[in-house]
Design a protein around this ligand. Structure first.
Ligand code: GTP
Ligand code: MG
Length: 191
């Protein structure tokens, strides 16, 4: 299901694994790859297409949550404001988030907005995994260099290289997701 405002958020109370990152980084593609279903989340070559928060129930036991991307240069101010409000509300209110997958592009250093999101997730004390996407576009040597660079700018957090194209990194991501979902009794609202 799809939410454009906080009142649309589902109330199922099962663990949520949230995919966050800038527009076009590959959130929807990775969700599809992990789920083994190319038609689940919509992919588009036009950045900024996913404007709503999309919830995908996986095996009735947890949700993948596809956040709208940020940092889309051409977005009008009003759209950026709405984005902030929606994502803010999601992070502040969702009691069931057990893991945040923070996606960054493997080919470049994290952007200012990536660093902001990182600080945000840290302050909320949500467990997270840094995933560097589109690793199929890098050579082995470049991967090693980029991993160090990205990790260095994100306070030394481990970085997992992934590719929705080749499936690289998906096993590690699944392991982490399943562990988080199994351990994660969602925090209760108003607790
Ligand atoms: P928004 O919904 O706009 O926030 O974007 P998104 O983060 O969901 O990105 P999306 O999955 O739509 O992918 C954006 C573009 O990158 C598409 O053209 C994808 O085909 C491409 N892409 C995504 N993942 C990979 C990958 O692992 N490798 C390569 N080569 N291309 C990828
Ligand atoms: Mg998307």
């Amino acid at each position: 299901m799809s939410a454009v405002s906080g009142s649309d958020f589902p109330r199922e109370g099962i663990p949520e694994i949230v995919f966050a990152g800038r527009s076009n980084v590959g959130k929807s593609s990775l969700i599809n790859r992990l789920a083994g279903n190319e038609k689940l989340a919509r992919i588009s070559s036009t950045p900024g297409k996913t404007q709503s928060i999309n919830f995908y129930r996986i095996n009735r036991s947890f949700m993948f949550v596809d956040l709208p991307g940020y940092g889309y240069a051409k977005a009008p101010k009003e759209e950026i404001r709405q984005w902030r409000q929606l994502v803010d509300r999601y992070f502040e209110e969702r009691p069931a988030v057990v893991l945040a997958l923070q996606l960054v592009d493997a080919r470049m250093p994290p952007t200012r907005l990536d660093l902001q999101l990182s600080g945000w997730i840290e302050r909320l004390e949500i467990p997270r995994m840094i995933v560097a996407t589109k690793s199929d576009k890098l050579s082995g040597n470049q991967k090693a260099i980029q991993m160090r660079l990205i990790s260095g700018s994100l306070s030394g957090q481990p970085v997992t290289m992934s590719s929705a194209k080749t499936g690289a990194g998906c096993r590690e991501i699944w392991e982490r997701v399943l562990k988080a979902a199994a351990a994660g009794q969602p925090r209760m609202r108003d607790e």
